[in-house]
Write a protein that binds this ligand. Structure first.
Ligand code: AMP
Length: 196
């Protein structure tokens, strides 16, 4: 048995940092769809060309592209017993249709999700963090208008998926405000309540 977890939360909540830490703790891979898109854009691959316009505007890349990418990635991780498939998904699913697609992908692979952990942080805090990150990392989609757009895409398309997992009894919310170590500790505790 291995951990199969979705990490939810708004842009700037610290998902990337926490996904890496949880992945290390659990001995599984953190899979960030945003990182896969950025690597493909940098490498000028076909996938990168398909994604670039959307990511630079802060729009979601079309589901047909994203779902196929995630399906391939998860399928490629299975070599032998499917129950050993483990992952932390960071940035996927991002709308209700992707939740359903993830269910279908995992059913086809013969496994199920343990559940979703949601890192919560209010809008002002994440906006401020993203603007600060923009200065440090210079990410193409970290300009103020694109940040605001990404947050509105999150509110409209991504936030509703929490209710879907919650209705299944498969969601635990974790306060994302505090020191990085503190938030990691809260997530590790939350994992235990998902397992119950
Ligand atoms: P992130 O690094 O998770 O903030 O993602 C950066 C950008 O990649 C997003 O603003 C989207 O354009 C794209 N992206 C990442 N994950 C997804 C997804 N699950 N569905 C559609 N687009 C995505």
């Amino acid at each position: 048995m291995s951990a199969r977890i979705v990490l939810l939360g708004p842009p700037g909540a610290g998902k990337g940092t926490q996904a890496a830490r949880l992945a290390e703790t659990l001995g599984v891979e953190a899979i960030s769809t945003g990182d896969i898109f950025r690597a493909n854009i940098k490498g000028e691959t076909e996938l990168g060309k398909l994604a670039q316009d959307y990511t630079s505007r802060g729009e979601l890349v079309p589901d047909s592209v994203t779902n196929a990418m995630v399906r391939d990635k998860l399928a490629s991780k299975i070599s032998g017993d499917p129950s050993e498939l483990g992952f932390i998904l960071d940035g996927y699913p991002r709308n209700v249709a992707q939740v359903e697609e993830l269910d279908a992908i995992l059913a086809d692979l013969g496994v199920s999700l343990d559940g979703a952990l949601e890192i919560t942080a209010d809008n002002d805090v994440v906006t401020e963090r993203l603007l600060k990150r923009a200065e440090i990392e210079g990410r193409a989609d970290d300009t103020e208008p694109v940040i605001r757009h990404r947050l509105s895409v999150y509110a409209e398309q991504t936030a509703p998926i929490s209710a879907v997992y919650s209705e299944r009894g498969a969601l635990v919310e974790v306060d994302g405000i505090g020191e990085v170590d503190e938030v990691t500790a809260r997530l590790v505790d939350a994992l235990e309540s998902l397992e119950k």
